[in-house]
Design a protein around this ligand. Structure first.
Ligand code: GLY
Length: 282
């Protein structure tokens, strides 16, 4: 069976990465390499969690440490994990002061109630031993003070392992400057979904991703017989008809990977037995 992983760090044009482009490429190359190692040794679940925790820890990206700041000065983060093997979605919405929201989402996968929001999500994390962590960075705080917002910057990873298991994981700090408590797409099946046919993680304007149900729509198309490329292209075309702004990464059960977007350039890196590909170096 083939195996592959693809990761993303948002859409270039909306991530204020001028001056950071090389750093983004280098970080994505390094992180996808670590994800691929985990994929080969420990499988798809370990791979997406290794990649997304590394992206959350990298201050360049808008998730975990380095998350954008909501209009009341608070950072609230959202993350999810979808396990196609057990058809199980878990996530946290607007959690605060944890280092790796995606690991809390992974912890919830074994609970009866798999999605938690707000303070109870933070309290749940503390109860499970997730220690308090300050995700603020100087760059994001300055953006907040200057009233600068972004449209994108979410991170994510999707992977297929040699046993045919597929997982999707996504994590975000939101768009910056939003109404406190806004819910993004990242911990919904619109922004992060996997079936036995394909796994998808989205980035971009969360409201628009939810309006179109992007990730679930693509996996349904793939299940119904379209190729991964057709499933993605048709969904991107529908997004463009609404003038929506989003990007995505996808992998299917054949090990094909795709990054695409309605506009701009999704910051992505992929790895399989043939090697590593990074945005901008095609
Ligand atoms: N896609 C991330 C967000 O809208 O918050």
């Amino acid at each position: 069976m083939p195996s592959a992983i693809i990761i993303h760090g948002g859409i270039k044009e909306f991530e204020n990465i001028s001056g950071f482009e090389q750093d983004c490429q280098d970080s994505l190359r390094d992180i996808v390499g670590r994800g691929y190692e985990a994929l080969i040794t420990d499988g798809a679940r370990a791979a997406v969690l290794a990649a997304v925790t590394a992206l959350e820890d990298c201050e360049l990206f808008n998730a975990g440490t380095g998350s954008r700041v909501q209009s009341d000065g608070e950072i609230r983060m959202s993350a999810s994990l979808m396990d196609a093997t057990n058809n199980r979605f878990s996530g946290v919405i607007n959690i605060q002061y944890v280092k790796n929201p995606v690991l809390v989402a992974a912890e919830l996968a074994s609970e009866k109630n798999t999605v938690l929001a707000g303070y109870p999500a933070t309290r749940y994390a503390r109860g499970k031993g997730f220690r308090s962590h300050n995700p603020y960075t100087e760059r994001r705080w300055l953006e907040h003070l200057e009233g600068r917002q972004g449209l994108a910057g979410t991170v994510g990873a999707v992977a297929l392992d040699e046993q045919g298991r597929m997982f999707a994981a996504t994590s975000t700090g939101g768009v910056g400057g939003e109404i406190p408590g806004r819910v993004s797409d990242s911990a919904t099946v619109a922004g992060n979904y996997a079936s036995t046919a394909a796994a998808i993680s989205c980035t971009g304007a969360g409201e628009e991703i939810v309006n179109l149900g992007v990730a679930a729509r693509i996996t349904t198309r793939r299940l119904d017989g379209q190729t991964l490329e057709q499933s993605v292209r048709n969904t991107i075309r529908e997004g463009m008809e609404f003038d929506y702004t989003f990007g995505l990464i996808a992998v299917d059960q054949a090990g094909s990977t795709i990054a695409d977007q309605t506009r701009g350039q999704t910051l992505f890196a992929s790895a399989d037995a043939r090697g590593v590909t990074v945005f901008g170096s095609l």
